[in-house]
Design a protein. Structure first.
Length: 323
């Protein structure tokens, strides 16, 4: 069971639509006394991990936050480059780079350590929507109004590949952890799954009657979790292209979903202002958290699954913890 561990009210000047949670690892010499030399030696190093949360808001800013039990959530940096509201943010695998996309149709890469802008991608008008890094961090994928999925090289800053859904506006997108598949959810409720190497459409998944706001793969890349405006969440078997479960319980649109690292549970955020935690095996609701006063736009687990973050139309950031 999760409970509210910390709330940061008025974290932005407007609604918060996007967030991501990562870890920044640094090494520190481990001081020990060397009997042979008669002094201290630092041959050994200690790995230190700092929780890093990134948020994107309609106030046109991206913010970097540090979180630990001692100091709770502390604001680190504010990144200002976009001229319209932030739609999506993503951290790469080691949290060294932040990607952000906005309503101004720009995609920007930033260094997490100092907030320095790395590059801005040149993209056509109103083409950009949600974004995600590839597992190897070499690419960024983006959904678009035209329904096409664009793949950009992180180093080159250029569009390297396009996956054509021949469908409606792509609202949500995800890269499988094994790097083999890209899944996207559209305005018409259709989910398309592409094979990355061949660039071909492998599966078209149906079942939702309304726009797919969020989707994500399980850590083993076998399952796909979706959330939609019909208030339902579905779990699909990726390889067999079949619906394994349909889960409902929210009173409005499901705006965000995320699998726990062990895939035993998942979390959802909704326009009914609640965050819910679900048991995958039993398809049952374990937790309903009513800490927000408005739509919950994004929810994420941390790397160990013992904590979650949610962001909302009410401009607050909530951290939840399990015993």
């Amino acid at each position: 069971m999760y409970s509210l561990a910390y709330k940061y009210s008025n974290a932005h000047d407007d609604s918060i639509w996007a967030c991501d949670w990562g870890e920044i690892h640094t090494t520190k010499p481990t001081e020990r006394y060397d009997d042979d030399k008669g002094d201290e030696s630092d041959d050994e190093h200690q790995d230190l991990a700092t929780d890093c949360i990134v948020t994107g808001s309609i106030d046109e800013t991206v913010k970097i936050w540090n979180y630990d039990k001692a100091t709770d959530l502390t604001h680190n940096k504010t990144l200002s480059e976009h001229s319209l509201g932030i739609i999506s943010v993503a951290l790469n695998s080691d949290s060294s780079i932040i990607a952000s996309s906005a309503l101004d149709a720009t995609l920007v890469l930033w260094k997490t350590s100092n907030g320095e802008k790395i590059k801005t991608f040149s993209i056509g008008p109103v083409e950009l929507w949600t974004i995600a890094f590839s597992p190897d961090d070499n690419y960024i994928i983006s959904g678009s109004h035209s329904g096409k999925i664009n793949l950009f090289g992180v180093e080159t800053g250029k569009q390297e590949q396009t996956f054509d859904t021949r469908g409606k506006f792509t609202l949500s997108i995800a890269y499988s952890p094994d790097g083999k598949y890209i899944a996207c959810g559209a305005l018409d409720g259709i989910i398309n799954v592409f094979d990355v190497i061949s660039g071909k459409l492998t599966h078209t998944l149906e079942g939702h009657a309304m726009p797919i706001r969020s989707l994500c793969f399980s850590s083993d890349s076998k399952f796909l979790l979706t959330g939609a405006d019909d208030g339902q969440m579905k779990i699909y078997a990726v390889h067999h292209a079949e619906v394994l479960a349909t889960v409902s319980g929210h009173g409005s649109w499901v705006l965000s979903v995320d699998f726990s690292p062990d895939c035993k549970s998942f979390v959802s955020g909704s326009a009914d202002n609640t965050v819910k935690v679900w048991d995958v095996a039993n398809r049952s609701c374990l937790n309903t958290l009513k800490e927000h006063k408005d739509k919950v736009w994004c929810v994420k687990y941390n790397s160990t699954g013992d904590k979650m973050v949610s962001v909302s139309e009410d401009a607050s950031i909530n951290i939840y913890s399990s015993p």
